[in-house]
Design a protein around this ligand. Structure first.
Ligand code: I24
Ligand code: DGL
Length: 270
C-alpha cells in the first residue's frame, strides 16, 4: 500500500475529464492536480515551449510527494512524456499509449482515425505508437483546432457545434471504423461526433483508457491507497484564477473541491 496521492498535470481544465474517470473507477485514490490555465491552450504552441512548461508542472507535482504522475493532456504527452519519464523514478503515465492500445483492440477493418490538437497531430505520435503495435493498421490523423474553443465557449450541443464538427470531420466519415478522441476536451463533444461519424464507428476516450492503466499499475506495484487510511484531501492547483477553475471543476466533477492558485516561477525558484 502507498497512501501518497497521484499527481495529474494538464494545460488547463481539460484534464478533469481524466480525473472524473479516476473518481469513478478508483474513488479511494487521492488526487493532486495542476492545470496551467494561465498558459493554455498548449495545442498551438511550439514543442520546445510545451516541453519547458510540462517540466515545470512535473517539478511542481514532485514537491507534493506524489507516488505516480499522469500526463492528463494529449499535447504534453505527445511532446514531453518520453523524455520526462526517463528521468523520474516514479511511474509516469501518458494518455496516448492507452488510447492506442484500445483502438487496436476495437478496430475490425484496421482503419483508425485520430483527432487531436495541431501539435499532437504534427508529432505523429499516435500513428507511430499504433503502428509499433500493429504495422498493418492504417492511421488517419486530423487536427481539429476549432474544437477546444468550441467546448470552452460552452458550445457542446448547439447547432454551431454540430456545424463545426460536421465540417471538420467530413474527411474522416466513411474512412475509419474506430476514432481516437486524442484531446482532453473531445469527450464533451462525443454525442455530436458519434452522430457525424455514424453509429458503427467506435469512439475511444483516451482518458478513460488511461485510468484503466493507472489501476493496472497500482495493482502491479502494490501501491493502491489503503481505503481505511485517514480521510483523503484532493488538491487542485491552477496557474490562473481560482474562481473560474473552481466553477468549471465543481460543475464537471459534481462535488466541491479545494482550489489554490500557484505561480510556477515563484514556487519553483523561490
Ligand atoms: N470548458 C473548458 N474550459 C473552459 C469550459 C470552459 N468554460 C466553460 N466551459 N475555459 O474545458 C477555459 C479557460 N478558463 C479555465 C479556468 O481558468 C480560467 C480560464 C473543458 C472542461 C472539461 C472538464 C464549459 C464547461 C463548464 C463546466 C463543465 C464542463 C464544461 F463550464 F465543458
Ligand atoms: N489538454 C489539451 C490536449 O489534450 C487540449 C487543450 C490544449 O490545447 O491545451 O491536447
Amino acid at each position: 500500500m502507498d497512501n501518497r496521492p497521484i499527481g495529474f498535470l494538464d494545460s488547463g481544465v481539460g484534464g478533469l475529464t481524466v480525473v472524473r474517470e479516476l473518481m469513478r473507477q478508483l474513488p479511494h485514490e487521492e488526487i493532486v492536480y495542476i492545470g496551467d490555465s494561465a498558459r493554455a491552450p498548449y495545442g498551438p504552441r511550439p514543442a520546445d515551449q510545451i516541453r519547458e512548461y510540462t517540466w515545470q508542472l512535473v517539478n511542481f507535482l514532485l514537491t507534493k510527494n506524489v507516488k505516480m504522475i499522469v500526463f492528463a493532456c494529449n499535447t504534453a504527452t505527445a511532446v514531453a512524456w518520453e523524455e520526462i519519464k526517463k528521468s523520474l523514478d516514479i511511474p509516469v503515465l501518458g494518455v496516448i499509449l492507452p488510447g492506442s492500445g484500445a483502438a487496436i483492440k476495437a478496430t475490425k477493418e484496421k482503419k483508425i482515425g485520430v483527432i487531436a490538437t495541431q501539435m499532437t497531430v504534427q508529432s505523429d505520435i499516435y500513428k507511430t505508437k499504433v503502428q509499433l503495435l500493429d504495422p498493418q493498421v492504417e492511421v488517419t490523423s486530423l487536427a481539429c483546432p476549432r474544437f477546444v474553443p468550441l467546448v470552452e465557449s460552452n458550445e457542446t450541443t448547439s447547432s454551431v457545434a454540430k456545424k463545426v464538427v460536421y465540417e471538420t470531420l467530413a474527411p474522416l466519415v466513411g474512412k475509419v471504423d474506430t476514432l481516437i478522441l486524442g484531446c482532453t476536451h473531445y469527450p464533451l463533444l462525443r454525442p455530436i461526433i458519434q452522430n457525424v461519424m455514424g453509429p458503427e464507428v467506435k469512439l475511444i476516450d483516451s482518458g478513460a483508457e488511461t485510468v484503466r492503466d493507472i489501476s493496472v499499475l497500482l495493482n502491479y506495484f502494490e501501491i493502491n491507497r489503503n481505503r481505511e487510511a485517514q480521510e483523503k484531501s484532493d488538491r487542485f492547483y491552477t496557474t490562473a484564477g481560482v474562481t473560474s477553475f473552481q466553477d468549471i471543476a465543481e460543475n464537471w466533477l459534481g462535488t466541491t473541491i479545494t482550489v489554490e492558485h500557484v505561480s510556477l516561477e515563484e514556487t519553483l525558484n523561490g
